[in-house]
Every structure is written in C-alpha cells, then in structure tokens.
Design a protein around this ligand. Structure first.
Ligand code: ADP
Ligand code: MG
Length: 461
C-alpha cells in the first residue's frame, strides 16, 4: 500500500464518524506528505485546517492510521503544504469533493416551495423564511462558511461553538446565519435571531423599564442564538457585559451561538478582550467575494426562481460586469427582469448591456475625497479624528494613520505633500514612508491587512 492508498483508507475510516460537511471542511486537500519510521507528516491546505486537525481530529487520525497500517505510529505532524503532482494523485475524487457542490446534497430538496422564496415573511424567531440552505449557491469564497453552518445544523452546540462568520457586505452572511436558524426550526422553536444593535436597544430599554430579569431569561433560554453584525457591539459597555454573560451561560449549557461580523473578532474596535476571545473560542470562518462561475450560478438560480431564465451568454456577461457582491448582482438581475418584462422583449447581450451601463454609470460618480478616507479609517478603527491627525505614537494610532495615507495615495492618487497636509500637517516624507510600508506589507500577502483595506473601502461606497 502506498501513502496515497493508505490515506484514502484512513479518510474512509474517518468519514464514517463525521458529517459530510465536516469531513469536507477539514479533510479536503489533505494527504500524507511523508511516512518514515513510524513518523507521519500530513500535508494540509492551510493553517486553519492544521489547527483543527491537531486539536480535534488527531486522535481519530492516529487511530485510523494505526489500524490500517498495522503499526504503531510514534508521531504525526501536520504541515501546511500544497499537494505536489496533483494529477497523479486523484484520490480526492473518490470522495467527490467539489467546489461547486453543496456538501450535503442528499438533504437538499429538489424544489423549494415558491412561497418560501418570494415571501419576505419573518417568523416569530425573527427569521426571514427566504433565507435557506437550499437557495444558497455554494462556490469559491463561501464553501467553508457553508460547510461550517451545515456542520452546526448537524450537531448544534457540539463542535463549532460559537461559530463566527465574517466578510464584506452583501456576501451572504445574513443568509447563511438565518439558514442555520430556519433549518434548526425542525428540531426546536427556541431560536432567536437578533442584531447586535437590536440586542443593545432591547437591553437598554429593559433596564430602564425594570425588566432586566425578563430580558435575561429570554436570551438565556434559547437553544440557538443568532447575532448578526456584531461589529457594532463595540463601545457599549453595559451591553457587552450582558452579552458576555449571556454568551457564557449558553455555551455552558451547550447551546449553539452563531455570529456574523464584517471583520474578524480581533479587529472589532472597542470590544473587551474577554469578549473577543469568546468570539474566537469556537470556529472562525470568512466569506469572500464569489468568483465568476459562482456569480453565474447565483444569477442562474435566481433568474430561474423568478421564472425568467437567461441564457449563458447573458449570465456570463452580467457576472463579468458586477464585481463587488451578491447583493449588487441581485439588484442588476431585478433591473434586467423588470425592464424586459416591461418592454416585452427577449433579453440579449445588447439589451442587457444598456441596462447595466446605466447601473455601472450610476455607481461611478462618488467622488471620494481625502476627508472621506479619513472618516472611513476613523470609523473602522474606532478612533477619533483627533487621534488620527494628532501626534500620538501608539501603535493603535500609527497603524490607522499609515493605512489612511496608503489609501489616499492608492485610491485617489493624492500627492505626498497634500497627504501630509490632510493628515494634520505632516511632512511629505512621512507620507511616503507610510505608503511604502503598507505596500511592502501587501507584497508579503498580509491577509489581515487586505481584509482591513477591503472593509475600509466598503465604508467609502
Ligand atoms: P451580508 O449579510 O453578508 O451583507 P446577505 O446575506 O444579506 O449579505 O446577502 C445579500 C443578498 O445576496 C441576499 O439577498 C442573499 O440571499 C443573496 N446571497 C448572497 N450570497 C448568496 C449565495 N451564495 N447564493 C444565493 N444568494 C446569495
Ligand atoms: Mg448581513
């Protein structure tokens, strides 16, 4: 048996005890990188998977390896490595890992009742009945988040708790979050969907109205708590305190919590450390922008749902034009459908081009200024204008300053002297230095920084 066959057998062993979603999340693109004298090195695709295999699946892997190889294994190391020579290993197909397929096809009904797709109804748990797994298109950018949500539905409160999903606007976070809720309604009605702002308002009102106890009992007696947009939790101390305790109590009772945010836990401004570390204590996954194929699949699905099928040429054209997020994609599709229905014409590239050029032209005229950038940066990092423009040398201030400089240069092509001027009368060499520093970081593939820049740019829209 070579390493490849051995690993296939090990995967087969492990798969039996895992849900499909989990299995795909953690074992996709893993392989045996080397096996020498009882020591095994398992190649994994990223640091995230490495951590989880080490922490959660080491025992199962070890057990399976020993069982199948009929020998004692003294050590397993997990190492981030790309599979070499992928063509000659084709094991993965045996398990039909695929980027574009939902992980749990067998549970996906072939058709979703019309009323549930079009109705904007919200049920008593605060869930919109339209947000379901069945109408969520899985592709690059969201497959990990999707799989994690599916895993939560399979075993709520057991494995990924809390589950923290983050990513830019319009990428499907709320959809996924509510899909978890809608799906778990099959098992329990004690589900609560809220946003961090609603949580805060309710809490403040309850305290003022002498109903704090009632508030606590509502939030602490659920089986599933879904909190959307926790990036707005920052700063509100009393609320944070309450949230923290709610959190602890639910986790202690193995009740499932799922959270979303536009950024990773550490980057949420003005949130207490203990809360950040709670956010991070389960599983953190991101959703990214869809690639062209995923965008096409989403468009196709939505067009069909609306009984207005479009041909591939048109789908591909629209997917190519709309860059940022799924919400814009939906907006464009709605306009296309409305316009064609109104004018009673068949969609063609030409007619679609006309409509899109309107949308794209309307998207243009935002005239961003250096002040807008300052405003966005300040908001993002949770600091004040004075902090940013002042003399403070603390890292929490210097970094946002450098980011602001970078963005002014990169987005607006502002001259270094003007940048210096805008940032509280600094020297142009300071601006130059900061720009170079951030550029160099980006060259090092600093993912965290990329994410920060993306989020700030979204605040400019
Ligand atoms: P976010 O909460 O990340 O800002 P939403 O969940 O509100 O984004 O998504 C915006 C819109 O795009 C919603 O109507 C949602 O149904 C749709 N959407 C996003 N991602 C997908 C997807 N992968 N498949 C189908 N619809 C999607
Ligand atoms: Mg949302």
């Amino acid at each position: 048996m070579n390493n490849e066959q051995l690993w296939q057998a090990v995967l087969g062993e492990i798969e039996v005890n895992l849900s499909r979603a989990n299995f795909i999340t953690w074992f996709k693109d893993t392989f045996i990188s080397s096996f020498e004298q009882n020591k095994v090195i398992v190649g994994v695709p990223n640091a995230f998977a490495k951590k989880w295999l080490e922490e959660k699946y080491h025992k199962s892997i070890l057990g399976a390896l020993e069982k199948i190889s009929h020998q004692k294994i003294s050590e397993i190391q997990y190492r981030v490595e790309l599979k070499r020579d992928a063509s000659s290993r084709q094991p993965i197909n045996n398990y039909s890992f695929s980027n574009n397929q939902p992980a749990n096809l067998e549970t996906t009904p072939s058709a979703t009742p019309e009323s549930r797709i079009d109705g904007q109804k919200t049920n008593s748990c605060g869930l919109n009945t339209r947000y379901l797994f069945e109408n969520f298109v899985v592709g690059k950018g969201n497959e990990l988040a999707y799989a994690a949500c599916k895993a939560v539905v399979d075993r709520p409160g057991e494995i990924y708790n809390p589950l923290f999903i983050y990513g830019g606007v319009g990428l499907g976070k709320t959809h996924l979050l509510q899909a978890v809720g809608n799906d778990l309604l099959k098992k329990t009605s004690k589900i609560l969907y809220t946003t961090s702002e609603k949580f805060m308002n309710n809490y403040v009102q309850a305290v003022h109205g002498g109903r704090a106890k009632e508030f606590k009992s509502v939030y602490r007696n659920v089986d599933l708590l879904l909190v959307d947009d926790v990036q707005f939790m920052g700063g509100k101390d009393g609320t944070q305190e309450e949230f923290f305790h709610t959190f602890n109590e639910l986790l202690q009772d193995n009740k499932q919590i799922v959270l979303t945010s536009d950024r990773p836990p550490k980057l949420i401004p003005a949130v207490e450390k203990r809360l950040t570390s709670r956010f991070e204590s389960g599983m953190v996954v991101d959703v990214g922008k869809p690639d062209v194929e995923t965008k096409m699949a989403i468009l196709e699905k939505k067009a069909n749902e609306k009984n207005f099928p479009l041909d591939r040429e048109v789908l591909s054209y629209v997917a190519g034009c709309i860059q940022n997020n799924v919400r814009e994609l939906e907006g464009a599709l709605n306009k296309i459908i409305a316009s064609h229905q109104l004018n009673k014409v068949e969609p063609s590239i030409k007619s679609v081009k006309n409509i899109l050029s309107d949308i794209l032209a309307n998207a243009q005229p935002k005239n961003t200024t250096p002040k807008d950038i300052i405003e966005a940066v300040v908001k993002y990092y949770g600091i004040t204008n004075k902090d940013l423009l002042g003399e403070g040398r603390k890292k929490e201030l210097v970094w946002p300053r450098q980011v602001a400089i970078y963005l002014m240069r990169e987005e607006l092509n502002t001259s270094y002297p003007t940048i210096g001027e805008e940032l509280g009368g600094r020297d142009h060499t300071t601006a130059m230095h900061a720009y170079n520093k951030i550029s160099n970081e980006l060259k090092k593939e600093n993912e965290k920084l990329k994410q920060e820049l993306d989020s700030i740019k979204q605040l400019l829209d």
